[in-house]
Ligand binder design. Structure first.
Ligand code: HDD
Length: 711
């Protein structure tokens, strides 16, 4: 096994797992010891003076055990405290040498190991996953030229333009200081106070009020580098670049009602989904895309490329797919890996450089600074998950938690004693050279006038939404502002929205009982960017809609038709879905034909919100039970309201007949399979095969949004 500092120096072993393996401490065999290796004979009783006497100070095992425990916690991240991580690999489709010299983007045969951490932003480490929030999407590429961190989010824009405003924004969105309420939520006075006074936040707030803030899964979520970065080729020529991650399963969201319920039913909903998918071998995949802008076109847009509250519409600069990321391994230890991973926007490799985006410039300071306090000192780069595969050699020494033993006598440069080592590399030998951009200006604290339009792109976003997306945005504003206690903040926010679109402002005002503005403060420009909508097929399923990894509840009870359950379960499982049989009780069910069907869970132990679709198997006795069962009816009614695919076969159709399904047409005898707005029924049990095909298609479409317009 190579030592970690020998790996990849010549590019021969670029395997992060090979580096980590010797550090994995499995402890399966052997005796319990102290931290200094002495074996222990009793860890249940401290050393006392007599059986009922005081504990003795000389009990080193007791003191060490308690002291270590007392020191187990480190500060959580000041933002993005809650997250989930995974290892994987990245491979470019073709060489990008025309634009960048970055080694990991040169050769389609080169596989670069990665670690990705997804996160929410506002909540504490123990908060729920399904809150309304931005999601972090941070990727560490362990390239042969050192670590490259792409520290992005699932929105392409950010709340503020200059990093100096970040603490203000975070203080506003975090729980209020007097009582630390509310947790992981923006629905409170200080957040909306800030938003209503800081129009630059509006664009990202539009995204936050949309379903983009409620991802169904980290596996079904886009990622964005947000800033305009710079590619630099071997000749030193620069090209502006925006990074995009597109999930191959499509971009899909939950609905707000579901999110609120899930926050209690399974606060780990997104974490668990990621973990279980990787354990099953359903590896999440994302395509890396780039929007490239030649430097000569820096001023060709009606916004500033350096302004992180703006996106480049994909219709103006298309996203070019350049590579694929696969997440294929869960961490072994949450704290060691997911908690201790340290991202930093300034971890760059030759061929990738910054721009003067004032948000990015500030981030380049903040991330190193935060790791120093969070991870306790300057040696956090030596933690296993953070160690580069590229060889590290420098004159940095000592500090808390130093893991390296430097036998050299010199830790300075220049030196003669070590033959001048470590020496400096030339750019040809892989040294990082900053892009030579000419900069000239007076020292001023002023925002560029080119950053001044705060309404054009929020309007573009609103104009591009489908009707159901607008309904959800309006409902979100009403919910959030409905929690704001100060009337003037609600009024100011409506006034801001009236600069985005009058209809939006009116609808929000009406829900809040405020006077609706009768005309727009700024005329709507009428432009759209179809790529922004979740209703856009390209976002919904770039590789074609699929039922793969979707969770389906099959409701059954004693007397169920065993062939129905088997047909549904097998057909769905063949498509890669995850069907589970739910019944009034877990375990064995007596089927109509006398056979036994196994129920995976009792319905009461789960919830319809944990599934993407619900169906009812036939069998007269079973369906009579289910039609009377409050929980079973609740599953179906809720799935209907959340726009999920629903199916029933044979007498199971009768269970749907007892519910108020807004006039959906159900199959009657002789009808065959009927699919009305994602409710797929076949009264004839013999049609179960055809039913599963139509049901699978409906599940793959994710939602029937018209049914979920008010969810
Ligand atoms: Fe940040 C963490 C993403 C602006 C300061 N940020 C953090 C993480 C992500 C982002 C994904 C979590 C990384 C992880 O999983 O460990 N942040 C962004 C994006 C931004 C952004 C996409 C705008 C485009 N951030 C931003 C600004 C500042 C920070 C303007 C400060 C001036 N961010 C931090 C931080 C964090 C952080 C305080 C907290 C924990 C950490 O860095 O490691 O330094």
């Amino acid at each position: 096994m190579p030592r970690h500092d020998e790996i990849a120096d010549d590019g021969s072993t670029a395997d992060k797992q090979a580096q980590l393996d010797p550090l994995r401490d499995r402890g399966e065999d052997g005796n319990l010891t102290t931290g200094f290796g002495t074996r222990v004979d009793d860890t249940d009783n401290a050393l006392h003076a007599g059986e009922r006497g005081p504990t003795l100070l000389e009990d080193f095992h007791f003191r060490e055990k308690i002291t270590h425990f007392d020191h187990e916690r480190i500060p959580e991240r000041v933002v993005h405290a809650r997250g989930a991580g995974a290892y994987g690999h990245f491979r470019p489709y073709a060489s990008l040498a025309e634009y960048t010299r970055a080694d990991f983007l040169q050769d389609p045969d080169r596989v670069t190991p990665v670690f990705v951490r997804f996160s929410t932003v506002a909540g504490s480490r123990g908060s729920a996953d399904t809150v309304r929030d931005v999601r972090g999407f941070a990727t560490k590429f362990y390239t042969r030229e050192g670590n490259y961190d792409l520290v992005g989010n699932n929105f392409p824009v950010f709340f503020v333009q200059d990093a100096i405003k970040f603490p203000d924004f975070v203080h506003a969105v975090k729980p209020e200081p007097h009582n630390e309420i509310p947790q992981a939520a923006s629905a409170h006075d200080t957040f909306w106070d800030f938003v209503s006074l800081q129009p630059e936040t509006l664009h990202t707030v539009m995204w936050l009020m949309s379903d983009r803030a409620l991802p169904r899964s980290y596996r079904m979520m886009q990622g964005f580098g947000v800033h305009t970065f710079r590619f630099v080729d071997a000749e030193g020529r620069g090209t502006f670049v925006k990074f995009h991650w597109k999930p191959l399963l499509g971009t899909h969201s939950l609905v707000w009602d579901e999110c609120q319920k899930l926050a209690g039913q399974d606060p780990d909903f997104n974490r668990r989904d990621l973990w279980e998918a990787i354990q099953r071998g359903d590896f999440p995949e994302y395509e890396l895309g780039v929007q490239l802008v030649p430097e000569k076109d820096e001023f060709a847009f009606d916004f500033d490329l350096l302004d992180a509250t703006k996106l480049i519409p994909e219709e103006i600069v298309p996203v070019r797919p350049v590579g694929r990321l696969v997440l294929d391994r869960n961490p072994d230890n949450f704290f060691a890996e997911t908690e201790q991973v340290a991202f930093h926007t300034a971890h760059v490799v030759p061929g990738i450089d910054f721009t003067n985006d004032p948000l990015l410039q500030g981030r380049n300071f903040s991330y190193l600074d935060t790791q120093l306090i969070r991870l306790g000192g300057p040696n956090f780069q030596q933690l296993p998950v953070n160690r580069p595969l590229a060889r590290v050699r420098n004159n940095q020494r000592d500090g808390y938690g130093q893991h390296r033993i430097h036998p050299d006598r010199t830790s300075y440069s220049p030196n003669s004693i070590s033959g001048g080592c470590p020496g400096l590399a030339s750019p040809d030998a892989g040294a990082y050279v900053h892009h030579q951009e000419r900069v000239d200006g007076a020292k001023i604290r002023r925002r560029s006038p080119s950053f001044a339009d705060h309404y054009g792109q929020p309007t573009l976003f609103w104009n591009s939404m489908a009707d159901w997306e607008r309904d959800h945005i309006v409902a979100a504003f009403r919910f959030e502002l409905g929690k704001v206690t100060r009337r003037e903040i609600r009024e100011r926010t409506v006034d801001q929205l009236n600069h985005v679109d009058n209809e939006l402002a009116r609808r929000v005002a009406e829900g809040l009982g405020l006077a609706a503005p009768d005309r727009a403060a700024v005329a709507n420009h009428g432009r759209t960017s179809p790529a922004l909508s979740l209703a856009n097929g390209a976002n919904a399923a770039p590789d074609g809609a699929t039922v793969a990894t979707r969770r389906v509840a099959i409701l059954a009870a004693d007397g169920v038709s065993a062939p129905d359950v088997l047909t549904l379960r097998d057909a769905l499982a063949r498509g890669g879905a995850l069907p589970e049989v739910l019944a009034p009780h877990a375990g064995e069910l007596r089927a109509a034909d006398g056979s036994t069907v196994l129920a995976d869970h009792a319905m009461t132990a789960m919830a319809s919100t944990l599934y993407d679709a619900v169906c009812v198997a036939g069998g007269p006795e079973s369906t009579r039970t289910l039609a009377r069962d409050h929980t079973a009816r609740g599953y179906l009614a809720e799935a209907f309201r959340h726009g999920k695919a629903i199916a029933a076969v044979g007498s199971g159709v009768g269970v749907l007949g007892t519910l108020d399904l807004s006039g959906v047409r159900l199959s009657a005898d002789g009808d065959g399979v009927v699919d009305d707005r994602g409710v797929v029924t076949a009264a004839d049990g013999a049609a179960a095969d055809g039913l599963t095909t139509a049901f699978a298609d409906a599940i793959a479409e994710h939602r029937v949004h018209d049914r979920a317009r008010h969810a």
